[in-house]
Design a protein around this ligand. Structure first.
Ligand code: PLP
Length: 339
């Protein structure tokens, strides 16, 4: 392999040597198999292709200063993967098989794990889809679970910087009683019109409102939303958003730092009262938001007027990234060494 330029990696796909595959047939999961191919041979009538039976996860592995590789809260990803599978009637992957497959994928591609201190990480992508043939609408009898890894650069190259977002009122990513809490490709497909339109207008992402009333903040494209005011971290409670593990972790850190936390509905107008706002998820950890534009209501909400992320945002960000990178003690017991 040619030497990768760790400092200039983007958040994109780079081929690694191996990926892991497991098959569910006759009511049983196979043991993980190693493959060196980037391709899969899929039946033309697979339900994953026709009826959207597909779910995924996203997590990162970090090289420690001690040369050990650690993953962040993998049990949380494993249980959300089960939640997603059950939500669209797929065979769930048992947590022990999930752990075995991600550890194998990481271990077999050790040379692609970015070094300690580079800011880059190894992104781990578990994927589950219906691979059995059906023509009528029904869940597949067969499933494929695969895990690939790819090295990714730090989301913000020149350090964490505020981004601008646009409130979207003409597209919903998920219906109130739909699939919003499942990490399924269908929600992403539904969100693309809004995302591309926001990008074309110069925004980094669109902010979705609740699909029922269009009154409350749901989430920011593929990341959860939070606002901070009066020493309180507030994040939306909604029946149609994904439960971000980053968000959950930031709340636990906030509590420890003496910042109050609330999970409740956030009316759009409340944006005016926040001192700091941001989006959070595995990819960027936190994207501080500098400006939110609501074109249909002719409103602009501004934060970070000095171009810098807010104080509490930075405090939370540094603590979480510190724990993940191994610069801070793992006081919550979130990191697992990949043996
Ligand atoms: C994956 C995802 C997130 C972020 O979740 P993390 O567990 O923090 O990575 C947020 N929203 C959506 C829609 C997602 O798919």
């Amino acid at each position: 392999m040619e030497q990768l330029d760790w400092k200039n990696l983007s958040f994109g796909y780079i081929k690694t040597d191996y990926n892991i595959r497991c098959y569910y047939r006759d009511g049983k999961w196979s043991s993980p198999e190693v493959s060196d191919s980037e391709y899969i041979n899929v039946h033309i009538a697979a339900t994953g292709l026709h009826y959207g039976q597909e779910a995924f996860e996203g997590m990162k592995a970090y090289m420690g200063e001690d040369g050990k590789v650690r993953v962040f809260r993998w049990e949380e990803n494993a249980s959300r993967f089960i939640h997603s599978a059950e939500g669209i009637k797929m065979a769930p992957v048992p947590p022990e098989l999930f752990r075995e497959a991600i550890f194998m994928a990481i271990n077999m591609n050790r040379k692609y794990i970015p070094p300690f201190g580079s800011g880059a990480t190894l992104y781990v992508r578990p994927l589950l889809f219906g691979s059995g043939a059906e023509v009528g609408v029904k869940p597949s009898a067969e499933y494929t679970f695969l895990v690939f890894v790819t090295p990714v650069g730090p989301y913000f190259k020149g350090g964490i910087k505020p981004v601008n977002m646009m409130i979207c009122r003409d597209v919903d990513r998920a219906a109130p009683l739909g699939t919003g809490t499942f990490k399924v490709g269908g929600n992403y497909a539904a969100s693309l019109r809004a995302l591309i339109s926001a990008k074309e207008q110069g925004f980094s992402s669109s902010i979705f409102l609740d699909a029922r009333e269009k009154k409350y903040i749901d989430e920011c494209g593929p990341a959860n939303f939070f606002g901070i005011k009066d020493n309180t971290y507030i994040t939306p409670k909604s029946e149609s958003i994904l439960r971000s593990i980053t968000n959950k972790s930031l709340m636990e850190i906030a509590e420890k730092l003496g910042i109050k936390t609330e999970r409740r509905r956030i009316p759009v107008e409340e944006l005016e009262t926040f001192e700091e706002v941001g989006a959070c998820g595995t990819a960027a950890v936190i994207s501080p938001i500098g400006k939110i534009v609501d074109p249909d209501m002719n409103r602009i909400y501004e934060y970070c007027r000095d171009g810098e992320p807010g104080k509490l945002t930075m405090q939370l960000y540094k603590k979480l990234v510190g724990i993940q990178n191994g610069d801070e003690p793992d006081e919550f017991g979130w990191m697992t060494v990949v043996e």
